[in-house]
Design a protein around this ligand. Structure first.
Ligand code: GLN
Length: 539
């Protein structure tokens, strides 16, 4: 049995306080002190995974190497820690219940009444310990989704209470993230919401060890003492978390507040090694003091909710920092783009990115954007559905295949240049049935992609059903669009390029999932480079 330490992060008062960022920041600090750490998210909703959720509901669906469709917080975990996560890092109530009910149907419970306690709680505890038991991690941080007091999260808090009771003292720690609002009318910070939320947690049997307090103003010693006294934590365990300009500053701020030190002390772990944040600080200074600025148009159908394209937005930030360039994003709604409006909407951009997506709405707007970027020689980088739009536009306007389309949008199209694979045609269930997760891709050595990746075999993550239809490949090549990356096992086209264009790359996979602070994704880095070059030539 491993001696893994478990840290639980709960949230109180309101949602959206940034538990994921606090968990990621703490993990970053612990990792920078030499510990091996991973982070897990428990989501208290009934969907088995977020794959079937509309992005408007819950933001982007993040995909891991092993093909799990997960909560977007896992994206933060990977971006901060530069370590891949997997299905084990994200568990929902739906998945817990599914397992328990399947066991019950198999007769595994030997006639017992199946109940929240112990059967559901046992399954939750088993899932939490799965990561610890791999032996790979000294510390596992488990973020409990939702807000304390929600009906949905109660069973998770009970599982935490049991783990605290079962494991030796010093092997578990509870960090409660709360809000200390500032009332402008009275000019005061208010501790009562935090007191209530901690009381609720205590009533469920869990005493937090550390309070992390989100606040717009500095707490000051008096407020800290009051919070400590009434929430029953030590004075040094009230940590202030002020709003930061960038999420990437939070690890440094948390270090200043000694969150890592207090955590280690309470876990009976040595604190003597200061975290090595040299590379992190280097990234931050490039981010904060850029030398250039470019504006990139991000065309998509869910742009009102920026979280829908979280990984893309973050990958652009990483690539910007790498190029010491501020990347401004102009969010463009594909619904509102027409061949007539596209030039006006995209005026002044140094690069255009067409985002992934599903379904017909806004698709013709994406086609209009492709045509504009292709003809105007604007750096152009398109992902998944965006690549499919690029292929369709090329088929229609360059090859002359009138009304070419994807069978996702027009089932009866005469020229299905994007089509379903045979295996997908039989699929009727929506959940977890796309082409998901990492697969290999072989690059043509003369391609731009090869010069960017600097190797011929790469691995990237997928999340789609439709594919480039290889029946048309020769026509594309003869007219100037090359397939420069293909799957070595299936021959499926994964990358297209127009060599005559300064920067025109379409990828069927999702490179944004693999961009991290330590390893900005080379496609994004080179896209921004091309945008900088474009901005100097187009002046
Ligand atoms: N709708 C397209 C497909 O299923 C693209 C999906 C995506 O962009 N992730 O193939």
């Amino acid at each position: 049995m491993s001696n893994t330490k478990y840290i639980f992060v709960t949230g109180g008062v309101t949602s959206s306080l940034g538990k994921g960022i606090i968990a990621s920041s703490l993990a970053t600090l612990l990792q920078a002190r030499g510990y091996s750490v991973t982070i897990q998210k428990l989501d208290p909703y009934i969907n088995v995974d977020p794959g079937t959720l509309n992005p408007y509901e819950h933001g982007e669906c993040y995909v891991t190497n092993d093909g799990a469709e997960t909560d977007l917080d896992l994206g933060h975990y990977e971006r901060f820690l530069n370590r891949p996560t997997s299905q084990a890092n994200n568990v929902t109530t739906g998945r817990i219940f599914k397992t328990v009910i399947e066991k019950e149907r198999r007769g595994d419970y030997l006639g017992k009444t199946v109940q929240y306690v112990p059967h559901i709680t046992d399954e939750i505890k088993r899932r939490i310990k799965l990561l610890g038991n791999t032996g790979e991690y000294e510390i596992v941080i488990t973020e409990i989704g939702g807000t304390i007091g929600d009906i949905e999260s109660q069973v998770y808090v009970e599982a935490v209470r049991q783990m605290r009771q079962e494991l030796p003292t010093g092997n578990t720690l509870v960090i409660h993230l709360t809000l200390v609002p500032y009332l402008a009318a009275s000019g005061e910070l208010k501790t009562k919401p935090s007191q209530h939320s901690v009381k609720m947690l205590q009533a469920e049997g869990v005493q937090p060890d550390i309070l992390v307090c989100r606040a717009e103003r500095q707490l000051g010693d008096e407020i800290k003492r009051k919070l400590a006294l009434f929430c029953n934590v030590k004075n040094d365990s009230v940590i202030e978390s002020l709003d930061a300009e960038s999420i990437y500053e939070v690890p440094v701020l948390m270090h200043k507040e000694k969150l890592d030190e207090v955590t280690l002390r309470k876990l009976d772990l040595p604190t003597k090694n200061e975290p090595d944040l040299t590379r992190w600080r280097d990234f931050l200074s490039k981010l904060k003091y850029p030398e250039h600025e470019v504006e990139i148009g991000l065309v998509g159908k869910y742009v009102e909710l920026k979280d829908s394209y979280k990984s893309i937005a973050e990958a652009l930030i990483h690539a910007g920092a790498e190029n010491e360039t501020k990347v401004k994003v102009r969010w463009i709604h594909s619904d509102r783009l027409t061949p007539e409006s596209v030039a006006r909407t995209c005026k002044g951009l140094q690069g255009i990115l067409v985002a992934p997506g599903f379904g017909e709405r806004g698709f013709e707007g994406k086609i209009a954007t492709v045509q504009y970027a292709r003809e105007q020689n604007i750096p152009f980088f398109v992902i998944c559905f965006g690549m499919q739009a690029a292929v369709i536009e090329f088929a229609r306007n360059v090859i002359g295949l009138k009304n070419a389309n994807s069978t996702e949008i027009d089932e009866k199209t005469k020229y299905p240049v994007i089509d379903l694979m045979e295996a997908q045609k039989k699929v009727t269930n929506m959940g977890g049935t796309m082409r998901l997760g990492a697969s290999d891709c072989e690059l043509t050595e003369t391609s731009k992609a090869f010069s960017i990746y600097k190797r011929s075999m790469i691995s990237e993550r997928h999340r789609h059903r439709f594919e480039f239809n290889n029946k048309y490949l020769d026509k594309f090549i003869s007219k100037g669009m090359d397939a420069t990356g293909t799957n070595p096992d299936t021959g499926l086209v994964e990358i297209v390029e127009i060599p005559a264009h300064p920067f025109f790359i379409g990828v069927q996979f999702h490179p944004e999932y693999k961009s991290t602070v330590a390893n900005p994704h080379p496609l994004f880095v080179n896209f921004i480079k091309a945008a900088i070059a474009y901005s100097t030539t187009s002046k």
